[in-house]
Design a protein around this ligand. Structure first.
Ligand SMILES: Cc1cc2nc3c(=O)[nH]c(=O)nc-3n(C[C@H](O)[C@H](O)[C@H](O)COP(=O)(O)OP(=O)(O)OC[C@H]3O[C@@H](n4cnc5c(N)ncnc54)[C@H](O)[C@@H]3O)c2cc1C
Length: 294
């Protein structure tokens, strides 16, 4: 087994506290890895032994099963959260919160990450999902990324090789773990950058139900429409199953009113998909990653 210090092994660790939905049962084992060797050794071990594994970022786009995960959940420790400025570029570890990467850019008068300052995920999760908002997407700033794959090892992928699409990247096909990324920004004025970040975050607070646990927008934007608008038109704003509710503030969000289960959320997702299809003809596809058996 990889040489990870025992205190970074947590057996039967409840996952709810590692997700922004605050939902999910225990993982058989949760391991915080702090070096590239630990990451590679652990994943190789799991692959050889046939043990299922899952890589978790800041848990802001996942729904975890009520029964938890039978296998190993890996996360990065603080050594993967470093951020370094290199001229007009930023080099940052995958575990760095997007808010802190955007903050570092602002502090160095570098523009390009204002859109990301209110997205609650990590840099790794943001690139894996090609996270975006207010006209910006991670693909606009990524030059290259270091990725680990079980049979290939560590390689550098260029922006083209990362094959970004709407809320997608090649990592979703390859099953690769993003370790570090190089971002290209442009020189700007710190005050202007900070004002833009403030303005966007105020818009978020006004429109999104940030007072409740959620995983952000549940569904991808369908071609030519907005998921939230379709859900509202289908009369589902405020609709509730158990403790999971289509947010009355933003119908694209499902919120946990307190004690919601993954089963509640999955039933609500299904109901929304069915009713929206019947009433509007649009098929909604989940954006959130579902780590569930159902
Ligand atoms: C209130 C709220 C607002 C949000 N607003 C937005 C928004 O405006 N725009 C937007 O795009 N998203 C938004 N999100 C969703 C979420 O923040 C993003 O998708 C974010 O990029 C997910 O990052 P994470 O680290 O939390 O990933 P996680 O939720 O932990 O994981 C998501 C997926 O990424 C994978 N992953 C995580 N880290 C890595 C890594 N290092 N290497 C490989 N794979 C990895 C996981 O395996 C999983 O499949 C919002 C969420 C919330 C709760």
């Amino acid at each position: 087994m990889a040489e990870v210090k025992p205190e970074r092994y947590r057996y039967d660790e409840p996952l709810a506290g590692y997700t922004s939905f605050r939902i999910g049962g225990p993982a058989d084992l949760l391991v915080e890895v702090n070096t590239r060797a630990e990451l590679a050794n652990l994943i190789s071990y799991c692959e050889r032994a046939g043990i299922p594994w899952f890589f978790l970022g800041r848990g802001s786009n996942v729904l975890v099963d009520d029964a938890g995960f039978r296998g190993v959940v890996l996360r990065f420790g603080p050594d993967f959260a470093r951020i370094k400025v290199e001229g007009t570029c930023l080099r940052a570890g995958a575990a760095a919160p997007l808010a802190l990467v955007a903050e570092a850019a602002a502090r160095h008068s570098l523009s390009g990450l204002e859109f990301a300052s209110g997205i609650p995920g990590s840099l790794g999760g943001g690139i894996y999902m090609n996270a975006g908002s207010y006209g910006g997407e991670m693909k606009d700033v990524v030059i290259s990324a270091e990725v680990y794959r079980p049979r290939t090892g560590f390689t550098i992928l260029s922006r083209e090789e990362l094959k970004f699409g709407y809320r997608s990247s090649v990592l979703q096909e390859l099953g690769g773990i993003l370790v570090e990324a190089l971002l290209q920004l442009t020189p700007g004025d710190e005050a202007v950058i900070r004002n833009r970040m403030k303005e966007l975050n105020a818009q978020r607070r006004a429109k999104q139900p940030l007072e409740y646990p959620s995983a952000g927008s549940v569904f991808k934007r369908p071609e030519g429409a907005f998921a939230g608008k379709l859900i509202e038109e289908a009369g589902l704003k405020g609709y509730r199953i158990g403790q999971a509710q289509v947010s009355p503030k933003h119908a694209g969000f499902i919120v946990n009113l307190g004690g919601a289960t993954a089963r509640d959320v999955l039933a609500l997702i299904k109901e929304v998909q069915t009713v929206v299809f019947e009433r509007t003809g649009y098929r909604l596809e989940p954006e959130i990653r579902i780590l569930c058996r159902e």
